[in-house]
Write a protein that binds this ligand. Sequence first.
Ligand SMILES: Cc1cc2nc3c(=O)[nH]c(=O)nc-3n(C[C@H](O)[C@H](O)[C@H](O)COP(=O)(O)OP(=O)(O)OC[C@H]3O[C@@H](n4cnc5c(N)ncnc54)[C@H](O)[C@@H]3O)c2cc1C
Length: 397
Amino acid sequence: MARALIIGGGVAGTVTAIALKKAGLEPVVYEAYDRTADGVGAFLTVAVNGLDALDAIGLKDRLVDKGLDTPRMAMHLGASGKKLGEFPFGSAEDGTVYQTFLRADLYTALREEAEREGVEVRYDRRLVDAERTGGGVRAKFADGSHAEGDLLIGADGLHSRVRTLLDPDAPRARYLGLLNTGGFASGVRIGAEPGVANMIFGRRCFFGYFTHPDGRVWWFANPARAVAPTAAELAAITDEQWRAELIRLFRADRTPAVRIIEATPEIFRPWATYDFPNVPIWHRDRMVIIGDAAHAVSPASGQGASMALEDAVTLARCLRDVDGIDAAFAAYERLRRDRVEAIVVEGKRNGDAKAVGPIGRLVRDFFIARAFRKSGDMPDTSWTWNHHIEWAERVAA
Ligand SMILES: Cc1cc2nc3c(=O)[nH]c(=O)nc-3n(C[C@H](O)[C@H](O)[C@H](O)COP(=O)(O)OP(=O)(O)OC[C@H]3O[C@@H](n4cnc5c(N)ncnc54)[C@H](O)[C@@H]3O)c2cc1C
């Protein structure tokens, strides 16, 4: 039974481990943080294609009740306060709809599933180095320990160490010109239907929110910043300054954004957003990268977690069916690269519409409103979520 060292216990790493168990391999997950670091703060949406990937390995029904049904999206302009239209977020033939999870709930549920499947997870193990040995791979960790396996999977996220080990010249992440922030507001009545994701192109900033059936409002905002702020610059902003800045950004809009922000006890500290349009080397010497490590997408795509889930299940199928580890990695890349790179392009396009100046904003609002008037709908993006993985189908080399 091939032993797979999985670096990173996020969405990609944990689900890969579960899928590899089902495929007959022996996975071990090495996670840099201890388990109390689960899924800090925010929330994320898993699209129907991500749920389809979970379904392929029998996890969808076990997880879906941890999330919130998010079947529809409504688009608004902040300057006029006008709702342009409302449309399905993308739903599968069986009625499956997008799910929005608290990050912590999703991570905890995935880790519980991994435990149930008997996956070994070792916390406090930060990979620092890895090398090919005669018969496999050796991984070295910051605490001085090491591990041996037949293959190594880098599911270690945006700042992947495995990506740099595969290719010291790997491209750096591309800054997207947007920060991300958000929170949970209580006691604010805005009369929005639960589960409808409201997206607002504001005069100065993009705002998204929806009402949870418990009455709270979950929201996010994407303030534009032309130059990527450093971690120190972001850390230097006080909570009061950040709240005041957000209120300033939304004051001129005719939307509930300011009331929602004012009713939020704790606003998430801002973070800069990045993607990877093209990482040339995904695998070499029995090591491979998946998820954000290989192809982080803009948060504006709403597909980062779903791409990680598709990767995880596809890689497990390839390792199950294709003879030879490097040949299995090549099959995985063949099945995944075009799709994820197209999603990165789509996410960048969505994000760019959020980061425009005052003149660009007028042009953007004009064209968005015109598109809605003409078709009553948004451009068809069903290719992003209309994707199916058949677990039982054999992968050809
Ligand atoms: C706040 C936020 C909101 C988001 N919202 C959405 C959304 O609505 N929809 C969506 O689809 N996507 C969203 N995303 C993106 C999505 O979360 C990611 O695309 C997805 O989690 C990628 O999973 P991953 O496992 O590849 O990486 P990660 O989830 O980043 O996991 C990587 C793991 O590797 C560990 N690690 C890193 N380095 C090492 C090392 N050297 N050794 C050992 N372990 C290591 C990390 O601690 C981490 O646990 C959001 C992201 C953020 C940050």
